[in-house]
Design a binder for this molecule. Sequence first.
Ligand SMILES: [Mn+2]
Length: 332
Amino acid sequence: MRISEQQYGDYIGPYRNVLYLCHRNADPDAIGCSFALSRAFGGAIGAVDDLSRTGASLAEILGAGVQINPPVEDYDLVVVVDTSVRTQLGGKLPASYALVDHHLDEGLLEDALFYIQKPAKSTAEIVWTILKENDKKVDKMAALGLLAGMIADTGRFKRATPCTFQAAAEILEAGGFAYEEAQEALSLPTNISQRIAVLKAASRAEVMRQGDWLVACTSVNSFEGSAAMALVDLGADVAFVAGRHGDLVRISARCSREAAQRGLNLAQILGEVGRAHGGDGGGHSSAAALEAPGKPSAILDACRKKVFSSCALEGPPSSGLQCRAMARPRDR
Ligand SMILES: [Mn+2]
């Protein structure tokens, strides 16, 4: 059942023992939101399998004790935070749960006891409204966590809306700290393995062209999201980066603002390809991921085909050209 931000307090009130559960590879938005909600309404914080590097660093700064793979059945209620597809929870989803999220996918809505899901740029914007409308005082650390989540999910406000800026201003005022402090909470020393992974991904990338649109596909077994982002920064309109994780293939996808404005929807494409291969996927229109069993090259191919058959990339600048390979990887 969909509820409003204002109703959250009434719905969460009856539960004594609540767990806020973040998705696998929990990021600053998931951590900041779980922390702020647990401060305001009570409850523990958990994450499935691991935290991202920035997620872990933020959790440490906030002093958020995040349990990895907590026993979900020990809680009266699990509130899933910043998560939209089941595979992100690796089978750790209990039968009874609630949801607070900003993604576009519907996979977790039907079975939720109650949920708040809106297409905001970060879950932190939604959580900020929940706190305000339930008259919760926000301390410095909760505010810092929310702002860090917002900065991270909007690419340092590159994808922000007027609502993001408004919430950010209110949070800064409520938290009484300088904006730099939230930025610093997210700045990590450059990780050499990340830089190697991104450079490898770029050097192995296969670039296909349709009209003036460029789609890059590549494989690397870590930092797929950073690699996809880097390929779009380098000039790809759409980038797919596959990695093997045990029996599963994880694909991270990013696209340029222009491609997203044309209507390209990576959440939908990765959802469809993921499910067609016995897994699942989702996310946002310009940043999404999937997990499925199979061969990385076959799933990458399926993603690329879907992009090229999507009407979003039709029409000007120069339509009607056949897809052709721009570069072949030398090491495959
Ligand atoms: Mn998020």
